[in-house]
Design a protein around this ligand. Sequence first.
Ligand SMILES: [Zn+2]
Length: 271
Amino acid sequence: MISLLRRKRIKISKLGGILSKIVKEDVNKMKKILLSTGIIFSSVPDINDRINILSTQNVNGFEIGYLHFEELNTQKLNKKSIDILKKYSNSFHAPGSNKNKYKDNNYFRGLLKEIVDLAKITNSKNITLHSNHIKDIHFVYDFLKKEKLELHIENVRPKEGYNIEEIKSIISLFPDIRFTFDTAHILEDSVESFNELAELLKNNIGQFHISLSHSGKFHNTVYDSDNNEHLKALKSIKKFNVQLILEESFRKGELDWGRLKKEIMFCKKEL
Ligand SMILES: [Zn+2]
């Protein structure tokens, strides 16, 4: 009897090993999900409050999001936020402007240094910049490369930023360059543009910004979109093994943890 039990125990422990292997493989296959700190910008203005609140969610990291240059001064990270962020692998969204674009001068050297330092203390692996905010890509690319940080160029609204031809020439100049593929921005143009861009960037996508526009709202949640064509295009990104940054905006009164949880689960399973 004892030997029978012992044998059974061995079998059970073997089964446990196999199961945990399967679970581990499954977890490895699962995409990393990051939350942009911008998703609750309009309901929680202070970046430290946002990081504190969002750290209650079960995700792999955060995108520390700055839009305008002055936010680097008005939205300073405190020690508590930095301590939280250090526990994750993050992304850094650098501020920019249409009128004053990144180029090689003293101002931008100083600004990029400040951004690099912030990225490093927050354990951010890359710096995303909107393509319409870059004047001199050689300068930005080289500056970040020297600091061992990846530049990720984000596609913006149609007719702004780089067009297809410009992207092609950037890839031929910098074959290892990465892009932040923003799903809502490209779908403002069309599903055809989405597919064309995904094909063009297939070896250069660093990460995705996930959101869709529907029900009259830009950067809306994707799990409840009623636009099947857009959802189908979105689901086609499953083949890319890169992290997903959720960028849906939850405006004042819209912050609903149930909805955010549904969104995170949907992205983990379907994208
Ligand atoms: Zn984006």
